[in-house]
Design a protein. Structure first.
Length: 203
């Protein structure tokens, strides 16, 4: 838990494309803000952005404009008084998302906001997108949403290997829909977290 205190940036991602009217990243941001922390919520999903819908915000400009060098953080940031969080929406995708994320602007943005906020929560695209793996390596921790039994091709081995290659640190797992075989799912979670037990805070 002492190590958890040093985690300032967190990416929330899925093992598959998932359409929903809610966001775990948004919920997490609200919970942290309630404890008195300064929280920034960023929508980095250029494929299916949702944060602007959650908070009924415009999405004409956002993260994509910042990464292209057209806007500064202060120009695209919203403050949600009720939730006590700051929000940056995705904006309209302008180029290849991989090139945008794998840029000096993204690194500078994250570093700069760490000085301004206690926690940065990123609503990311599904993990099978290349830019998500890049973001996972840039942040301090990753929260992974899994969907047991959704796709036969989504094997535990493939998921684990992709996380290992990305260099991501998994700090939490959210399970969508209770699996039929709990023991098998528990074994998968143990394997997923086993390569970085030093940062494990529970499954």
């Amino acid at each position: 838990m002492n190590k958890l205190k040093s985690i300032k940036s967190i990416l929330v991602t899925n093992t598959r494309s998932y359409s929903d009217s809610t966001s775990v990243a948004a919920d997490l941001s609200g919970l942290i803000a309630q404890s008195g922390k300064r929280v920034l919520l960023v929508d980095a999903d250029m494929h299916q952005p949702i944060i602007h819908q959650v908070f009924n915000l415009p999405n004409r400009v956002g993260l994509s404009d910042l990464l292209s060098g057209e806007r500064s953080p202060s120009e695209i940031m919203h403050y949600i008084k009720e939730a006590k969080i700051h929000v940056i929406t995705s904006g309209k995708a302008k180029s290849n998302p991989v090139e945008s994320v794998h840029s000096t602007q993204m690194i500078q943005f994250l570093q700069g906001q760490k000085d301004q906020f206690d926690k940065i929560i990123i609503h990311g695209p599904p993990f099978f997108y290349a830019e998500t793996a890049i973001m996972a390596a840039l942040v301090d921790g990753v929260i992974l949403m899994i969907h047991p039994g959704y796709a036969k091709s989504e094997t535990s081995k493939a998921i684990i290997e992709k996380f290992q290659r990305s260099g991501a640190t998994i700090i939490g797992i959210v399970m969508r829909n209770q699996p039929k075989h709990t023991l098998n799912q528990s074994a998968f979670i143990d394997r997923l977290l086993s390569y970085d037990k030093g940062m494990r805070i529970g499954s």
